[in-house]
Design a protein around this ligand. Structure first.
Ligand SMILES: [Zn+2]
Ligand SMILES: [Zn+2]
Length: 335
């Protein structure tokens, strides 16, 4: 198809955005992929006990109400439980297309707070909840579909080290944990686009949600609330609470992890104008990119040079590497 050829020549995926967030190492994921996505083929040797007296439809409704951690624990009970939990549509979709979101919740200790349906809803949503642009990412503390620009700048997605939050709110960390009932456990990662070392606290709190809850309970007065909302948290912290999360369209079964424009990078390198850097950082769905292509002179120029996608064309080093990488290791991944 012509549109696929245009995408091949003029668009690319920003891997640096995925890798600066919470992510699994490919070889770790590969080791568990088959067991996460498939049930054991052998016939079940055990039953579900008294649960077996319920029709399958009712069992599926009960499963839908389980939080993600309990869902996993149920799945490990025996082969019959594994078959039932694995074939559920929402689980299948999340385990196949939203794996980083699923693993991210489990690793961050947030899995007891959400159901599989809570994770499926953002998976089938295309746009960032906050700004309406294509959103290729998931903010883990509230399982919100979001875009990279909102992760970097939106007050709604701000996170803060639990001890800093406790100090500014003048509430002990023990009380804070008891009242909020959750905090995000951070996991190792790079969390910087510029190869800067970012200190990683053990736990983070989603500032907006936590502040609203404490205000509602009458625990936080306006002054302390203002101090929390205006606190300038260290750069990179916001990357520790989000992960790559492609959009899955259940109507056609397609998965879209977002693409950026090579033409906009060419323009950025040719003319350092205000606003041009923002253009090259935009992420589109495959269909919305084609609308952008109509108005991007540099992308059209690349397409013309490729003679309908039949000839290889020069492209910037930045797009060839998939974004900001100073050094690549032997697997072609940033160090
Ligand atoms: Zn956004
Ligand atoms: Zn462009």
């Amino acid at each position: 198809m012509l549109s696929d050829k245009i995408l091949d020549v003029c668009a690319y995926h920003r891997r640096d955005f995925d890798l600066v967030l919470v992510r699994s190492r490919p070889h770790d994921t590969q080791a568990v992929l088959a067991s996460l996505q498939n049930a054991c083929q052998a016939c079940p040797a055990s039953s579900l006990g008294s649960l077996d007296s319920l029709p399958t439809e009712l069992l599926c409704i009960i499963l839908r109400d389980l939080d993600v951690l309990s869902y996993f624990q149920f799945r490990h009970v025996n082969r019959r439980a594994c078959a039932l939990a694995t074939t559920a549509h929402e689980y299948q979709s999340v385990a196949r297309h939203g794996l980083e979101g699923l693993r991210g919740l489990l690793r961050a200790g947030l899995a007891p707070l959400f159901t599989m349906g809570d994770l499926y809803s953002p998976l089938i949503r295309e746009e960032c909840v906050l700004c309406g642009s294509f959103g290729g990412f998931l903010f883990l503390p509230t399982v919100t579909r979001c875009c990279i620009a909102c992760i970097q700048t939106s007050p709604d997605l701000r996170v803060m080290c639990t001890s800093t939050f406790s100090r500014l709110a003048k509430i002990s960390t023990r009380r804070l944990r008891r009242v909020l009932g959750s905090e995000l456990r951070t996991v190792p990662g790079s969390y910087s686009m510029l190869d800067k070392r970012t200190r990683r606290p053990k736990h983070l709190i989603a500032v907006q949600t936590a502040t609203a809850k404490l205000e509602q309970l009458g625990i936080l007065d306006q002054d302390r609330s203002r101090a929390l909302l205006s606190w300038d948290e260290q750069e990179g912290r916001q990357f520790m609470a989000s992960t790559a999360f492609p959009w899955y369209d259940p109507h056609n079964g397609q998965v879209d992890d977002g693409i950026s424009c090579k033409g906009c990078q060419v323009r950025f390198e040719n003319r350092l104008e205000v606003g041009v850097a923002d253009d090259r950082d935009r992420v589109f769905s495959r269909s919305s990119y084609l609308s952008h292509f109509q108005s991007c002179t540099e992308a059209q120029e690349l397409w013309t040079q490729s003679e309908g996608g039949t000839k290889a064309v020069w492209e910037p080093e930045f797009t060839r590497r998939g974004g900001f990488f100073n050094e690549l290791d032997s697997d072609g991944l940033p160090r």
